[in-house]
Design a protein around this ligand. Structure first.
Ligand SMILES: CC(C)(COP(=O)(O)OP(=O)(O)OC[C@H]1O[C@@H](n2cnc3c(N)ncnc32)[C@H](O)[C@@H]1OP(=O)(O)O)[C@@H](O)C(=O)NCCC(=O)NCCS
Length: 174
């Protein structure tokens, strides 16, 4: 079995994390390719800014020799005051991506394990995420469970070139 090594991302990994986030979106929602590419630069900038503020912790998995096979990030998301948690921050696991040929070998699981360890060490009371169809069972295996979050979806026009009245061409984004 191959051995994988998890490490924290540094400033030099911004492009890698942005690239993996892009590929994650393209894998989950190939129909949003145009939008994913149009928002690529902004996403990279956001990742860089969050990392320099200390609110984004990237985790990168490599094989011996240094090839990167997957990554994920903990985003320290601002939260409203709650009686059970006045830290006003909740860790959010995001951008989980494994390079295709290394899938189903435990790469994402290693990242989840690392994220749980990081959160425990920092005394967070929970970590949250939104799961893709492919990712769900990985998280469930660690004990993640659905929460009571609800949402109301406004239809959002994804392409500004579409005429205002073309209701059939609207799609929602998450
Ligand atoms: C979802 C995703 C990150 C999972 O990555 P991964 O590295 O393949 O995940 P793991 O290998 O840890 O686990 C995947 C499965 O392989 C199994 N597995 C892990 N190691 C294994 C091994 N050595 N041999 C056989 N199976 C193994 C796991 O038990 C898990 O099984 P399950 O799906 O039945 O629960 C990856 O498929 C991906 O990048 N998908 C596209 C983007 C995406 O959906 N990202 C998640 C957003 S929430």
């Amino acid at each position: 079995m191959r051995s994988f090594k998890l490490s924290y991302a540094g400033k030099g990994d911004v492009d890698l994390l942005a690239e993996h986030r892009k590929r994650m979106w393209l894998d989950i929602h190939p129909e949003y390719e145009k939008e994913v590419r149009a928002t690529e630069k902004g996403t990279r900038r956001w990742i860089r800014d969050q990392m320099s503020k200390g609110t984004l912790v990237g985790m990168v998995v490599r094989i011996a020799g240094g090839e990167v096979v997957g990554s994920g990030c903990i985003w320290l998301r601002e939260e409203q005051p709650r009686p059970t948690n006045m830290r006003l921050v909740v860790p959010y696991l995001m951008s989980m991506y494994t390079v295709k040929r290394f899938r189903r070998q435990g790469v994402a699981s290693l990242i989840v394990k690392g994220a749980l360890k990081w959160c425990r060490e920092k005394n967070y009371d929970r970590i949250v995420l939104h799961a893709s169809k492919e990712g769900r069972s990985v998280y469930e295996g660690f004990g993640f469970e659905p929460s009571n979050e609800m949402r109301f979806r406004f239809q959002q026009r994804l392409s500004s070139s579409q005429p205002e009245t073309s209701g059939n061409h609207t799609r929602s984004v998450s």
